[in-house]
Design a protein around this ligand. Sequence first.
Ligand SMILES: *[C@@H]1O[C@H](CO)[C@@H](O)[C@H](O)[C@H]1NC(C)=O
Ligand SMILES: *[C@@H]1O[C@H](CO)[C@@H](O)[C@H](O)[C@H]1NC(C)=O
Ligand SMILES: *[C@@H]1O[C@H](CO)[C@@H](O)[C@H](O)[C@H]1NC(C)=O
Ligand SMILES: *[C@@H]1O[C@H](CO)[C@@H](O)[C@H](O)[C@H]1NC(C)=O
Ligand SMILES: *[C@@H]1O[C@H](CO)[C@@H](O)[C@H](O)[C@H]1NC(C)=O
Ligand SMILES: *[C@@H]1O[C@H](CO)[C@@H](O)[C@H](O)[C@H]1NC(C)=O
Ligand SMILES: *[C@H]1O[C@@H](CO)[C@H](O)[C@@H](O)[C@@H]1NC(C)=O
Length: 657
Amino acid sequence: MESHIFLMITSFCVISMVLAQDGNQFVHYDFRKADLYVDGMATIEDDGRLKLTNNTKKATGHAFHKKPISFIKNTSFSFSTEFIFAIIPEESTSYGQGMAFVISPSIDLRYGAATSYLGIFNRTNDNKTENHILAVELDTNASSEALEESDNHVGIDINSIVSNYSVDASYFDDTLGRRKSLLLASKQRIHIWIEYDGEKMLLNVTLAPLETPKPSLPLLSRSIDISKIFKEQIYFGFSGSTGTIRSNQYVLGWSLAIGGKAESLDISKVLDLPQPPHNHMELILALVATIAFLVIACGIAYLYHQNRYAEVFEQWEREYSPQRFSFRTLYKATKGFKENRILGAGGFGKVYKGDLLDGTQIAVKRVSHGAEQGMQEYVSEIATMGRLAHRNLVQLRGYCRRKGELLLVYEYMPNGSLSDYLFSSNNLSWSQRVHILKGVSEALHYLHEGWAQVVLHRDIKASNILLDSNLNGKVGDFGLARFHERGVVLEPTRVVGTIGYMAPEVSTMGVANELTDVYAFGALVLEVVCGRRPIDLDRSPEEKILVEWVARCGRNDRLMDSVDSKLAGSFKADEAKLLLKLGMLCLQSDPQKRPTMKDITEYLEQKKNIPHIAFDTTEIGRPIIPQIINEMGASQGTTSSLASFWYDTITVLFRGR
Ligand SMILES: *[C@@H]1O[C@H](CO)[C@@H](O)[C@H](O)[C@H]1NC(C)=O
Ligand SMILES: *[C@@H]1O[C@H](CO)[C@@H](O)[C@H](O)[C@H]1NC(C)=O
Ligand SMILES: *[C@@H]1O[C@H](CO)[C@@H](O)[C@H](O)[C@H]1NC(C)=O
Ligand SMILES: *[C@@H]1O[C@H](CO)[C@@H](O)[C@H](O)[C@H]1NC(C)=O
Ligand SMILES: *[C@@H]1O[C@H](CO)[C@@H](O)[C@H](O)[C@H]1NC(C)=O
Ligand SMILES: *[C@@H]1O[C@H](CO)[C@@H](O)[C@H](O)[C@H]1NC(C)=O
Ligand SMILES: *[C@H]1O[C@@H](CO)[C@H](O)[C@@H](O)[C@@H]1NC(C)=O
């Protein structure tokens, strides 16, 4: 029983396959697989489209299914077909000729004329019953030979190009319940159904745009007795022509059945039309426009990029390139120099925290640098400073140069500056303070004597001493540092420094040397021991200037009174005495009486005894105090906090003689 059913199924399959191969029924989406005969302009394109006409004027193209169908001359003969076509005219106002679905006794219609004959008939054979041809024309030109009036019509032709029936192209829109016109030469894919019911002798032609399902009403429904047209054998196919105006005509899917309903075409399988071909001028214009657009876009991107990451790099800088950072790297490390990355701001610019890609933390100082002259010398000094190495120096890792701006890259100091630490709620213990001062003295000793050249820091102050994670003091910010050969007589230069740390002679002599650094170091020592700024305008006149006040305490034999009150009872008196005396030694008005940094390290290591100091007013070097600060101090109140802001942030620049 089971095997019997199986046999029935297989035999059914064999029959339908035979039918399909027979040519009585087929569906094609890819015409390479169809058994087509083509001639004239017609070709089957590489991706499977049937292209009936090309851009040749006054030519024809034909495509026929090779297998003939036996035509039985009785009422039982029916057929059904549907296909997708597209007419792409060269111009958009003139469409040229059209195409037709043709049932012919021969596959060879090469005698068919071009232009208005659509490749089906010619002047001699037109309107002859010997043609045995039925065609459904999709005509886009009203030709006088064919007695046509419409440039967009569908016609049924029996043996003649003069249609027996013809109507303007349209389709019935079932959702609207009315007809809508449809342009055949619309460059869009159009669906057409042609059905012949042999019993009713009715030929129906129905059109619709590709996406629209088959309308319920046909465009044409005419009674025709096809038995009077055909002979015993018929072929199904297409014919198209061009005239003086050219067009490309495509067939993109075809289903046909004899004696039944043709299988519906699956719209999703229907090939797209090729990209509309451009003419040369359009192509060149498009190319030029594209290139122009790209150039402009690239230009904008480049300028934006240039502007964002622009740097100045000159030939002479080549030798420093190992120390050079790209601005891009620094920009990314500081997240675009974000406000929340600012570590501090001074008279010379802001300092930002940065994270390099390898995880190293850095501090980036942006120094505005108006003058490009002197830059070479400056960068060479920076490069030299990059080679300075001491555990109590903040390592300068490199630099970057932009127009009007210099960026200095330092190792990152997690505990910030000594100034911030000393005057914040953090309490630096006595031993920590001593440790920091020793470290700074060693660094300065190294700068002055441990190097081939003499390095003057010129801006020693609490805010330039930075603290690492173990609270080691490190001398940072070499923004004002200068180098000179040992033993040369220094010329007066532009004098720089910070109020409170500037030795009196710099204003009169205009010379900075090792001993002016020593003076600043002395001011720093007193600041650290006493926990007070070198100049504090908020205090009483005798306490305003720290060095004068410490001297007063010394003269009154009450030196310990000057030690930071936060340290009460927790400092070593003998060490405090040593440091205060050392500070006073450094702050003497006569530079020659000041100790060298070498002496200082030896006093601190107690390798050498510190000389006697009288705390005599005449010997004390009062730091330079510009008039404006004095005046501010005179009027107490709100301005004094402004003065202390100045003190902290403004580094004074003025010319020596
Ligand atoms: C059009 O088809 C004809 C005939 O096959 C061919 O000779 C001609 O080169 C084709 N023209 C174009 C533009 O493809
Ligand atoms: C059709 O005509 C043929 C002879 O031409 C005949 O043998 C056949 O039975 C006819 N079929 C029908 C359905 O009338
Ligand atoms: C029809 O063909 C003629 C002659 O080839 C042409 O002048 C006219 O512009 C065409 N009309 C359309 C709508 O293509
Ligand atoms: C027209 O077609 C017929 C074939 O039907 C052919 O014999 C004749 O030569 C053709 N005439 C011209 C002018 O091409
Ligand atoms: C076609 O030929 C028939 C006669 O065979 C004639 O009556 C008719 O007018 C012709 N049609 C045209 C358009 O010439
Ligand atoms: C042809 O159209 C008419 C009128 O709409 C309809 O009655 C008939 O069933 C159609 N025939 C076919 C084969 O679709
Ligand atoms: C179309 O039909 C054929 C066959 O019925 C006639 O012979 C033609 O004369 C007719 N042509 C027109 C224009 O009606």
